[in-house]
Design a protein. Structure first.
Lengths: 264, 264
DNA sequence: TTGAGCCAATTGTCGTACTATATATTCTAT
DNA sequence: ATAGAATATATAGTACGACAATTGGCTCAA
């Protein structure tokens, strides 16, 4: 990555990983400058720039005399690309993946619907090209994955909503993780293809409702493979028994009510 | 704010504002260190820490020999509290508000549904208290506004989804802006009260679907006042004629398809 | 025209000294 | 003994000045 280049980046990364790992618990204080200076053997400039980075990413808050204290994890800027990357270096993938798919469920179908209204011809062209390439390459090749990524990114950019665009790193990250499944199980990409086609065509013909429905189906399909993936990994799949009876026998990508909405 | 305290924060703020205003266009380079040093009359330490902050917020990317170049606006970390605040200092409110309400439309009803499944008793207690306080104070008093804010924050935290929680700054910002309307037009808060009550009760009784529907209604109500607000401000309200016929006569908080889903 | 190698602009790192701020402690007056 | 004010002290914030490292662009030769 671009992150091993300069000293303060290395240091920011290392400190961030420790925080994400929970080595410095929430509300606890980081070692003070003097201590960190000795441990990392860097200049104070480097140290301070590293801390500034962590601060701007919401990981710590710094006050004079108090030092840098780790913020509660719900204050972290989870949409930051770096944090997303570091997170998945540290956390078991399955844990985050479920939540990512919930977000996709909330955002992307709507984004597709908005895109169907607002996408410019160039974006539509890109979408159709992506579908074309996916039909040739399939998702288990790097080219196919690249096309898939571009497909989703283009839709979000075409939504005309800046906040949707700002979520792009999360969705991209989720896709990258899912690619590991499809490269194991190429069959999955075959099945996903028709949904992609329908989404692209719906947007091209400016049919928001159709785009949205097709997207829900794509995500449902994707969720199935998430569970498969989690089982392969052996990590706890869908959160088992300890949820209230009847609610989520799976806490997965498909919130129950919406599932019912799709099912019919 | 906490942002006028230290020098490098002041400086970061000033530079960020310039970028948000578009004074340094996308892909263009910031003045080099020497220049900025003279203009701001600060030490290089301060300058560099300010730049690090901007970098971590996605506003610029820095490389040796090249200097700091402004990133494309779709790379900015829009969920960062500071950027949100700075943004609304610079941009006409109406422009961002519409997009914020779209996001609310995507996130909050689902979050409420998830909360209905996952909220712990303590959170439910908080929600009921908030509703209670809102019924007494109404939204045009600071206490009432505080309760409203806490209400929405609690729901998002109870969704059990970290990414939903990370969007909290956007929703809070949107509410703060909307408060300006309700303080002009107290009648609005009266009308919103029943929706809040229904949401809280639905979550308390673990009824996701009901919570979600009530939330849609609340947002619809809120959207109406957004338009009112925009008209008061005299800024362009809902994006007028130049959208494809039949799609969005308003580009507002209610994406057409979902509106139909609510209407019946 | 192209490629290798040098040059110079610009950021990256370092060390030290001093200042500002907020917590902790002590002291004083009631 | 207690509350409140003065003081001490730990810690981050700011300031210079010097040198190292990177890299885009230029020169020049093949």
């Amino acid at each position: 990555m671009e992150w091993e280049k300069t000293l303060h980046r290395k240091m920011a990364r290392e400190l961030a990983l420790r925080i994400l790992r929970g080595e410095y618990g929430p509300e606890s204080r980081l070692p003070n400058e003097e201590h960190l200076l000795k441990e990392f053997e860097v200049s104070r400039t480097v140290l301070r720039e590293a801390i500034k980075t962590l601060q701007a990413k919401g990981l710590v808050s710094v006050r004079q005399k108090l030092g840098a204290t780790v913020r509660a994890s719900d204050q972290w800027h989870l949409f930051d690309e770096d944090i997303l990357r570091w997170q998945s270096e540290v956390t078991p993938l399955g844990e985050v993946l479920s939540e990512m798919l919930e977000i996709r469920w909330m955002i992307e179908p709507m984004a597709a619907a908005l895109a169907a209204e607002r996408a410019d011809p160039e974006a539509v062209g890109t979408l159709l090209q992506c579908v074309e390439r996916m039909s040739v390459e399939r998702l288990h090749t790097p080219e196919g994955q690249e096309a898939d990524l571009l497909f989703h990114q283009t839709i979000m950019k075409s939504s005309g909503n800046r906040f949707v665009v700002a979520m792009e790193p999360v969705i991209s990250r989720a896709l990258e993780i899912l690619f590991r499944v499809t490269s194991i199980n190429p069959e999955a990409s075959e099945q996903a293809q028709p949904y992609h086609e329908q989404i692209a065509e719906s947007i091209a013909s400016q049919n928001p409702e159709s785009a949205r429905e097709a997207y829900y189906q794509l995500l449902q399909h994707s969720a199935a493979h998430k569970d498969e993936f989690l089982q392969i990994l052996g990590s706890s799949p869908g959160l088992p028994q300890d949820l209230p009876e009847g609610s989520g026998s799976f806490r997965g990508a498909l919130p129950p009510l919406l599932q019912s909405k799709i099912g019919g």
